[in-house]
Design a protein around this ligand. Structure first.
Ligand code: FAD
Length: 380
C-alpha cells in the first residue's frame, strides 16, 4: 500500500497503533459506546498528547488516530476520541490549574467521558445568540439554566464543558465556560437523537434547570467564554478531521481491490481510464488531507499557538471536508449499487463527510472569517 504523503516514522506509528487496536477487536465488536471508549483508553489512546512521551506529541496523536481508523474502528468512535483530545482536553489543559486538571484525570483513563456543549436549538454558529444563563450567587457559586442541543456524546457523557451567558448583550465578555457535572441535580440528558452521520457516537440535548455549579467549576475568568471558544475551535479546525484519515485509507484500499477484481466489458474495471482517474482523485484527496493534518500537527509541536493558526486551521478544515466529500462521491460512483446495500461491504458513508462541512464551524462562516482576516470588510 502506498503511504500517500505519510513519512516513514509516522507510517510505522500508524501501523503499530493499528496492530494494537486490532488486538482488541473482539472487545470492540458490538460493544456499547462506553465499553469501546474504555477499551481504547486502556490502550493509552485517550492520553493528552503533552502527557505522552513522544517528542512530537501532536503528530504522534494524529498518527495514533489514523491507526485507530485503519484498524476498522467505527468513524463515530474515531471522531469522538479526536474531538475529546483536541477539542476539549488540550484547550482545558492550557487553562485549568493543576488541581482542576487532576480532577479531570478520569477523562484520560476513559472513566469520565467529556462533551463540548455550545450549540443550542436556536443555532450554533452564532455563540452570542445563546440563551443559557449562569447567575452568580453571593458565595461565588453559580445557578445555570438553559438547554444545549446537538451535542456529541451528551447522552453518555459525565462532564460537559459548557458555555453560558453571564452578562447581557453581544459583547466579547458576555459568555463564561464551566465544567459541569452531568450527574448533578437539575441536569437532564435527552435520549440519543436518531442521527445520520457518525451513528456510533450518540448525540443529544442537555437541559439545565437551575443547576447549582460550584464556583471552582468555572473555567478561567468570568467573561472568558469567547476566548476559550476561539481556542477550542482552532484546535478542532486544525486537527479534528484526523479522524477521517483511517476511514479514507480503508475506503481507498477496498475501492482499488474492487476496481482491480471486477471484470466487465471483457476487462477489469480498473483498466478504464475514467475509473483510474477517479481512484487517482481519491488518492489526491487523501494525500492532501494527510499533508495538511500532519503539517498542522508539526507546527503545533514546534510551539505555534492554536489561536495564531486560526486562519490556517479554518482553511485546513474547509479543504479536508471538501476533499472528504469529493473522495466519497468517487467511491460511491465506483461501487455502483453496492454503495447503497449494507451486506456488500462497499457502502459509502455519505453523511459523515457532508456533516464535516457543518461541525466545528460551518464552512460558509469559516470562508467569511478567512476573507475578513485577509482584509475584506466583511462581517458574519
Ligand atoms: C456531527 C455533528 C456533531 C456536532 N457536535 C457538536 C458538539 O459536540 N457540541 C456542539 O456544541 N455542537 C455540535 N454540533 C453542532 C454544530 O456545532 C453546529 O451545527 C454548527 O455550529 C452550526 O450551527 P447550526 O447547525 O445551528 O447552523 P446555522 O448557524 O443555522 O447555520 C446553517 C447554515 O446557514 C448558513 N449561514 C448562517 N449564517 C450565515 C452567515 N452569517 N453567513 C453565511 N452563511 C450563513 C451557512 O451555510 C450555515 O452552514 C455538531 C454538529 C454535527 C453535524
Amino acid at each position: 500500500m502506498s503511504a500517500l504523503g505519510l513519512d516513514g516514522d509516522w507510517a510505522e506509528r500508524v501501523q503499530a497503533t493499528q496492530r494494537r487496536v486490532e488486538g482488541v477487536t473482539d472487545a470492540l465488536q458490538g460493544a456499547d459506546f462506553r465499553t469501546q471508549w474504555k477499551t481504547l483508553a486502556d490502550l493509552g489512546l485517550l492520553a493528552t498528547p503533552m502527557d505522552t512521551a513522544a517528542s512530537d506529541p501532536m503528530a504522534a496523536t494524529v498518527a495514533d488516530i489514523e491507526g485507530l481508523g485503519r484498524a476498522g474502528v467505527a468513524p463515530g468512535i474515531c471522531y469522538a476520541v479526536t474531538s475529546q483530545i483536541f477539542g476539549i482536553q488540550l484547550p482545558l489543559r492550557a487553562v485549568l490549574d493543576e488541581a482542576a486538571w487532576k480532577r479531570l484525570g478520569g477523562a484520560l483513563t476513559g472513566d469520565v467521558v467529556l462533551c463540548h456543549a455550545l450549540t443550542e436549538d436556536g443555532g450554533g454558529s452564532d455563540p452570542l445568540s445563546m440563551t443559557t444563563r449562569a447567575v452568580r450567587e453571593a458565595g461565588g457559586d453559580y445557578r445555570i439554566t438553559g438547554r444545549k442541543a446537538f451535542i456529541t456524546a451528551a447522552p453518555v457523557a459525565d462532564r460537559a464543558l459548557i458555555f453560558a451567558r453571564t452578562d447581557e448583550g453581544r459583547h466579547p465578555f458576555a459568555l463564561t465556560p464551566f465544567l459541569v457535572d452531568l450527574h448533578a441535580e437539575g441536569v437532564t440528558r435527552s435520549a440519543p437523537f436518531a442521527k445520520l452521520p457518525l451513528p456510533d457516537v450518540p448525540m443529544g440535548a442537555i437541559d439545565f434547570d437551575d443547576v447549582l455549579v460550584p464556583g471552582d467549576q468555572r473555567v478561567g475568568e468570568e467573561g472568558s467564554g469567547l476566548a476559550l471558544l476561539a481556542t477550542t475551535t482552532a484546535w478542532e479546525r486544525a486537527l479534528l478531521l484526523a479522524y477521517a484519515l483511517g476511514p479514507m485509507q480503508r475506503v481507498l484500499d477496498r475501492t482499488i481491490d474492487w476496481a482491480r477484481g471486477r471484470v466487465h466489458f471483457g476487462r477489469p474495471m480498473g483498466a478504464s481510464h475514467l475509473v483510474a482517474a477517479r481512484i487517482s482523485d481519491m488518492a489526491l484527496a487523501l494525500f492532501r488531507s494527510r499533508q495538511l493534518l500532519y503539517g498542522m500537527a508539526r507546527r503545533l509541536d514546534a510551539g505555534e499557538r492554536p489561536r495564531r493558526l486560526a486562519t490556517d486551521a479554518a482553511l485546513t478544515k474547509i479543504s479536508i471536508s471538501q476533499d472528504y466529500a469529493e473522495f466519497t462521491r468517487h467511491a460511491t460512483a465506483l461501487g455502483g449499487v453496492r454503495s447503497f446495500v449494507e451486506e456488500t461491504g462497499l457502502t459509502a458513508d455519505l453523511f459523515g463527510p457532508m456533516a464535516s462541512a457543518t461541525y466545528a464551524g460551518p464552512n460558509d462562516l469559516l470562508r467569511i472569517g478567512v476573507a475578513r482576516d485577509l482584509g475584506l470588510p466583511v462581517l458574519n
